[in-house]
Design a protein around this ligand. Structure first.
Ligand SMILES: Nc1ncnc2c1ncn2[C@@H]1O[C@H](COP(=O)(O)OP(=O)(O)O)[C@@H](O)[C@H]1O
Ligand SMILES: C[C@@](O)(CCOP(=O)(O)OP(=O)(O)O)CC(=O)O
Length: 203
């Protein structure tokens, strides 16, 4: 499989409603869509799951009850797929990425991190988005047994050396201040030599 070689891969994880989408959207706005793309591992997962089960993919992408109705089964289905092929969703997620900076907005499992580190050892950085339970509750989160205490939500709670931990409880000023280092690195990398950015992904 041929793809375009990234210069930086920012791999984001965090609990539900910690603000991963909010923070990654903000970073993409700062860098511009030609420089930075947002890739979701859950995108191809939902697409394949919908195909195999005769479901509505666009409804699964939404934030409504439809996705929640299928979430537990989707998690289990995705885990079975990953057991057979740990890179399955990672490869699908990056297939159309052309920008120099990639944001993976929803890493959940060690196998996802390991796949990226193995394929792109020079380019990966891990970022954790954190928000308090109180903030997450205000954003509409409710604890769901079988989901919030399972690997899908807790798989990266331990054992990862994060390059940045972003606290997302405050206002945009607090957030912007914490993103300075990360944005500076992305600008530095994407300003680097952008030649020879074609690579073959095997795993
Ligand atoms: N710093 C913030 N300021 C204002 N609203 C935020 C902030 N972070 C997240 N939100 C809001 O909280 C909700 C959950 O955030 P989201 O990014 O979807 O979380 P996650 O992707 O981690 O589940 C969204 O409605 C989002 O707009
Ligand atoms: C089956 C999932 O991929 C569903 C993920 O759906 P979203 O990516 O929409 O996640 P939330 O922000 O938590 O609502 C989870 C997994 O185990 O891979």
């Amino acid at each position: 499989m041929s793809t375009t070689n990234p210069l930086l891969i920012l791999i984001f994880s965090g609990k539900r409603k910690s603000g991963k989408d909010y923070v990654t959207d903000l970073i993409q706005k700062r860098l511009g869509a030609e420089v930075c793309c947002i890739l979701r591992l859950s995108g191809p997962l939902k697409e394949q799951y919908a195909k195999e089960h005769g479901l509505d993919y666009s409804e699964l992408l939404g934030a409504g009850k439809y996705k929640e109705h299928y979430r537990a089964d989707m998690i289990q289905w995705g885990e079975r797929k990953r057991e057979q092929d740990p890179g399955f969703f990672c490869r699908l997620a990056i297939r159309e990425a052309r920008q120099p900076v990639w944001i993976i907005s929803d890493a959940r499992r060690m196998s996802d991190l390991q796949w990226f580190w193995r394929e792109f050892p020079q380019h990966c950085r891990c970022v954790r988005v954190e928000a308090s339970v109180r903030t997450r509750l205000q954003r509409g989160w409710t604890f769901t047994p079988g989901i919030d205490d399972a690997e899908s939500e807790c798989g990266l709670d331990q054992g990862v050396q994060f390059d940045w931990i972003i606290n997302n409880d405050g206002d945009d000023n607090v957030l912007n201040e914490q993103l300075r280092g990360l944005l500076a690195l992305a600008k530095e990398k994407s300003g680097d030599n952008m030649d020879q950015r074609t690579v073959t992904v095997n795993g």
